[in-house]
Design a binder for this molecule. Structure first.
Ligand SMILES: Cc1cc2nc3c(=O)[nH]c(=O)nc-3n(C[C@H](O)[C@H](O)[C@H](O)COP(=O)(O)O)c2cc1C
Length: 219
């Protein structure tokens, strides 16, 4: 796959089939993930690949609990993640789409065939793990596997560590969990704010005159 197709179309693919992912594909995804850079090339990371049904079910219970906690704490228990309190029609649609898809994941988490938990240590900013996570997601995209980066289980790491036998005295921190499976829906270019709205040229506040209203890559 062209690298730009992967970059433009790797997006939160939460709705996935239950079909398991072949070992060769999992191996390729993980081998791509660990090619990523890390601060001083320390690679002080571990990836826990979970395919076992019972373990996935145990994690699904934790995910649901933490998702509910997240919605309660950060969205005042609003199930549509605050969509109904917005005024702009497009924004309402976007937030509703995300909340439907995120609720689907919480309800169906136990059916997701592959979970990868990313851990790191000796990394006070917690940033060294993210290039590897993004490599993982791009490699999955290359294999036609949809992924979603999730972090809500970080609210209950003790429960997660218990399920997975993660030692509590070795300094490992759970940074994120990537869900993965073959998509139920279609791939598409991720909708984002135009580049000129979020990019300045040379000085803060000076937008480049690039005339980019549409993505430069599209189907
Ligand atoms: C740091 C981070 C944490 C995230 N945590 C969650 C999560 O816990 N649960 C979830 O369903 N989605 C989570 N997401 C997915 C985002 O909601 C998603 O990437 C965003 O809405 C863009 O989606 P799109 O690429 O399909 O447009 C997270 C994404 C990032 C980058």
């Amino acid at each position: 796959m062209d690298v730009f197709e992967a970059l433009y179309t790797t997006r939160a693919m939460r709705r996935v089939k239950e079909d398991s992912i072949p070992d060769d594909v999992i191996k390729s995804i993980m081998d791509s993930a660990i090619r990523a850079p890390s601060g001083s090339n320390r690679q002080d990371w571990k990836f826990l690949v979970v395919t076992d049904k019972k373990t996935r079910e145990e994690l699904a219970d934790i995910y649901r609990e933490t998702w509910d906690y997240y919605v309660k704490s950060f969205y005042n228990d609003s199930e549509d993640l605050g969509a109904s309190s917005l005024k702009n029609k497009d924004e309402i649609e976007t937030v509703k789409r995300i909340s439907n898809s995120a609720s689907w994941l919480a309800e169906n988490y136990h059916k997701v065939p592959l979970l990868v938990l990313a851990f790191s240590r000796n990394d006070p900013t917690g940033s060294s793990i993210y290039p590897a996570i993004w490599n993982l997601m791009l490699a999955a995209r290359g294999h036609g596997v949809g992924t979603c980066l999730t972090t809500v289980m970080n609210f209950k790491t003790e429960d997660v560590y218990k399920v997975l036998n993660v030692p509590s005295d070795k300094g490992w921190t759970l940074n994120a969990t990537i869900t993965a499976g073959y998509p139920l829906g279609k791939w598409g270019v991720a909708a984002r704010k135009p580049v000129e709205e979020v990019t300045y040229l040379n000085k803060w506040g000076e937008s480049p005159d690039w005339n980019l209203t549409e993505p430069l890559w599209n189907y």
